[in-house]
Design a protein around this ligand. Structure first.
Ligand SMILES: Cc1cc2nc3c(=O)[nH]c(=O)nc-3n(C[C@H](O)[C@H](O)[C@H](O)COP(=O)(O)O)c2cc1C
Length: 375
């Protein structure tokens, strides 16, 4: 098959953007999105059934929870579920923990519980995360408003190209309002020079990442291809549904292909990067005053609210994290994106593209039981 035919047969180059047409509800990893916690007898487990739906890097779901003390949840990291190449200091993994905490608090609030969160109660690790708790969360009686709660089961990361429909300044202001908190600055842009610079910069960073063998392999090894493989691995990035299923069946799209420059799968992914970047309508970002672990947790909590708010506004959202990553090949993009969005200092923790796009299915989750672990 020639590349042109390949691209045409999968619809304009968006080969890895899954369609929402197929029904996935028969698969266990997808069931977690339907009435989370309904059959759970205990309030912490009910709230945790929502927390596992948090956005998190590469869908690694790196969370371990200790429930051995009543009315308390201790969150630790699973050291086997990190991203050592593209996230060498576990910054993004920590942001994913912040998102988990935020969803836990929203769900607990809806269940009539207040949550007191102590982040890194035994100290903040510097280089890499370690066995010490990421957070201790204590529950007590008392209703808490949880306005974004109902968006939790609707939210998803949408990697599709955007329709040519503008996002308004008012919508961006709502997203920024949902994310802003002490020590964090959220922002956004819907048109003009900064938006166009971000299109170029995010694309450049994606292409650098794709051409860096170690970084690209880290992603490819965490990408599952086709309904059967995804069902067997309810984590990582799922690629399934529509035309892609038979391309996978024919071996035209394979994990080896994703790792091999020049292959149809590799080039198809490059095309997708160009198409998504060039179609992007708006960007939003979250900048913290420093880069301590507590800033990363706060950024994760803020991003969760940002993404939930986007869902309530009918907007598609996808983080574009490559330019923010801390490995050698990315140093130039890292410097450039900070010069554009944080010229007076601060650390960009999240950068996401925002627009209107065809809906995608949810990414599966492993469920709650594999996460429960006493220290
Ligand atoms: C810190 C962080 C960085 C992320 N970076 C990217 C990214 O660069 N590209 C992307 O497509 N998704 C990115 N995501 C989204 C995750 O891949 C996504 O949340 C995960 O696969 C689960 O899917 P869901 O959000 O649809 O539930 C990121 C999420 C977080 C929390």
């Amino acid at each position: 098959m020639h590349r042109r035919d390949f691209i045409q047969c999968v619809g304009g180059g968006v080969i890895f953007a899954a369609t929402a047409k197929a029904a996935w509800s028969a698969v266990t990893g997808d069931d977690v999105w339907i009435a989370p916690g309904q059959t759970e007898p205990e309030v912490r487990r009910k709230a945790l059934s929502y927390a596992i739906l948090a956005p998190n890097p590469h869908n690694m779901q790196p969370w371990l929870v200790d429930l051995s003390t009543p009315d308390e949840v201790v969150l630790r990291i699973d050291p086997t579920r990190l991203l050592p190449v593209t996230d060498p200091f576990d910054r993004q993994i920590t942001i994913g923990c912040g998102a988990f905490i935020e969803l836990f608090c929203l769900a607990a609030g809806r269940l009539g519980r207040r949550v007191e969160v102590s982040a890194f109660p035994e100290g903040e690790p510097d280089g890499r995360l370690d066995h010490r708790p990421i957070a201790r969360m204590r529950l007590s009686e008392g209703a808490t408003p949880a306005p974004l709660f109902s968006a939790i089961t609707q939210r998803r990361t949408n990697r599709n190209a955007h329709r040519n429909a503008p996002v308004s300044q008012t919508q961006i202001a709502e997203l920024v309002g949902a994310a802003t908190t002490e020590g964090l600055l959220a922002g956004g842009v819907v048109q003009g020079e900064v938006r166009d610079k971000l299109r170029d910069l995010t694309l450049k960073a994606m292409l650098i990442e794709q051409s860096d063998r170690a970084a690209n392999n880290e992603s490819a090894d965490r990408t599952f291809l086709g309904a059967r493989e995804v069902a067997a691995h309810p984590w990582g990035i799922p690629i399934r549904g529509g035309n892609i299923e038979w391309l996978i069946g024919l071996g035209v799209v394979s994990r080896d292909g994703l790792k091999t420059p020049g292959s149809l799968a590799f080039k198809g992914q490059t095309d997708m990067m160009r198409q998504t970047a060039n179609s992007t309508q708006a960007y939003g970002w979250i900048v913290s005053s420093g880069n301590r672990r507590v800033h990363q947790i706060a950024a994760g909590r803020a991003y969760a609210r940002f993404a939930l708010k986007a869902e309530t506004l009918g907007l598609a959202i996808q983080p574009n994290s490559q330019a923010l990553q801390e490995y050698a090949a990315m140093a130039g993009c890292f410097r450039d994106v900070h010069a554009v969005l944080a010229p007076k200092g601060g650390r960009i923790q999240m950068l996401a593209r925002i627009g209107y796009a065809d809906q995608v299915p949810h990414a599966p989750r492993r469920g709650l039981d594999p996460l429960i672990r006493s220290a």
